[in-house]
Design a protein around this ligand. Sequence first.
Ligand code: SF4
Ligand code: SF4
Length: 345
Amino acid sequence: MTTGFKKAASIAARSLASGKPHHAQWLVTRKCNYQCLSCNVWKEQDQRELSVDEIKKGLDILKDLGIVELVISGGDPLLREDIGEIVDYASKRFVTTVYDNGSLALQKIDVLRKADFVAISIDSLDEAKNDYIKSVPGAWKSAIQAVETLHREGIEVSVTPTISQKNIYEIVDITNYFTGKGIPVWYCLYSFDTSVDINQLFRIGKANEEFVITDKKAMVNLCNQLMEIKKKNKKILMTDKLLLALRGLYEEEKKRTWKCQALNNFLVIDHIGRVAGCHSHNFAASIFDLPKKWKSQEFKDLRRTYNECTKCNYLCYVFYSIYGSPSGHLALAKDQWRNAKLLFK
Ligand code: SF4
Ligand code: SF4
């Protein structure tokens, strides 16, 4: 049996198993070479990291737990010298996406060839504005060059703008620009960490007035427009269900249409192997203790707390919460079949 076939079959089986977590996000390093204005990660650097062998052991644990999709992020994960070995190991077991800020993708293109998907963040078509947001001159040029080269080389690269007040009026243009070149777009939503837990695992979003979405009508319109464009444009990776949930947050009568599925359908792991339902809560276990903790009373209690929590709108958490029910698992399973088919290429 080829590796691609074995992986596709294993992914399909895990996708269809109910009662298992689906998605994990592993922030394999805190190191970052950018200083984005809306982010705390670069301000809170930590040189500690798990070794590559520890990460491999952790990845085996995640596979046994039933995880199907893995996001490798950071900081910038490509800053790790051993990232090639990590991506190679991960992508044989999961539908694996690697995040990069666009600075290192070209240098590490052979690493990225091993991933199923690569996501590169570009927040504006206006070079100066993008570089201001990233606080790095030249960020835009590197990211554009990286995205275009990866796409040309047949690597499944997507662009991930973070929607904020700074770029809300150009999200449609950004979408049309990249999807017009055949490059898919997925979005993040600017969010900042409120004090959910004083001992939170780590902080990502930094409160910054410039980014907070104040034009709520524009956000509602944007969701409507994207749903309309999506009818003809298959390169917009967001589902209607997610866009409707997002729209609900900005309508006059704010609606939150989902219950959080942290530590149920998804989990996060930090650079030293601590696991939490999401980064805004304290860690609940070490990755190495996860098998014995997963079905514990302690985890059941935590799931109940997270389920009631409404403190954040980080879009990836919203997405995996919306698809956290049995019917959601089926919808994701369908999606995974599509991804699995891609793996045969
Ligand atoms: S948003 Fe990403 S690229 Fe920017 S500083 Fe934070 S971790 Fe680094
Ligand atoms: S809503 Fe869920 S993901 Fe967001 S802070 Fe609460 S538990 Fe974490």
